[in-house]
Design a protein around this ligand. Structure first.
Ligand SMILES: C[S@@+](CC[C@H](N)C(=O)[O-])C[C@H]1O[C@@H](n2cnc3c(N)ncnc32)[C@H](O)[C@@H]1O
Length: 200
């Protein structure tokens, strides 16, 4: 079984808990944030897309792990929401021509640079004009990072996000230490980047 499938197979109650990411909640609460459709990239078993579906967005989610998608569908049914869940690799999956979303989300894809850049390119290609891109992940900056992968190649920097999204107007672009409380795996201080922007 592939690495991520194995992790999700061992987490029948959710690998990162059932609550949405805290930064996502913050952005979703903004008075100027009112998309009707959303795409979550590398969404895992779906805590974030489910939260957004519950708020009335028509949601699509893509993740490498078929097991994560299957678990996500079960959690969706329990929560009484519907999310279009697609098992796909960000380096290969692309939506059908002419399909765009009013918001695209990328949370904690800690993968080698080529994969993270492919995910940013996908986000940029999939977001509608005026739409939002919202990102959180472990960052390259040091300083007490107890959480997240140790390898530099798997970590984000704001510079690389800005360079990969030149046609996105920055709304927020932050890096620093945050105390995370997300399921069993994200517990404690983590050095993170947070980005929110809108397509011109
Ligand atoms: C740390 S988990 C985060 C899951 C979810 N975003 C969340 O915050 O709960 C990283 C996710 O990235 C997915 N992933 C890793 N490489 C991927 C790729 N190349 N394409 C799509 N998803 C990928 C994994 O299957 C896993 O679900």
């Amino acid at each position: 079984m592939a690495k991520w499938d194995e992790k999700y197979a061992g987490a029948p109650d959710g690998l990162f808990g059932s609550e949405p990411n805290m930064y996502l909640c913050e952005v979703a609460g903004r008075p100027d944030f009112n998309p009707k459709t959303g795409l979550c990239i590398a969404d895992g078993d779906g805590r974030n897309s489910r939260f957004l579906a519950n708020r009335g967005l028509a949601m699509t989610a893509v993740d490498l792990s078929a097991v994560a998608c299957e678990n996500g569908r079960r959690f969706d049914a329990d929560a009484g929401v519907s999310v279009e869940r697609i098992a796909g690799d960000v380096t290969q999956w692309r939506p059908e021509a002419g399909r765009f979303w009013e918001a695209v989300f990328l949370f904690y894809l800690q993968a080698p640079t080529a994969e993270r850049m492919a995910a940013l390119a996908l986000a940029d290609a999939a977001v509608a004009s005026g739409g939002w891109i919202v990102i959180e992940g472990f960052g390259k900056h040091g300083g007490g990072d107890q959480l997240g992968p140790g390898q530099e190649d798997l970590l984000y920097s704001l510079d690389e996000i800005h360079a990969a999204l030149p046609d996105i107007d920055v709304v927020e672009s932050l890096s620093g230490l945050v105390r995370l409380d997300e399921g069993g795996r994200h517990q404690g201080l983590g050095g993170v980047v947070r980005f929110a922007g809108r397509k011109r």
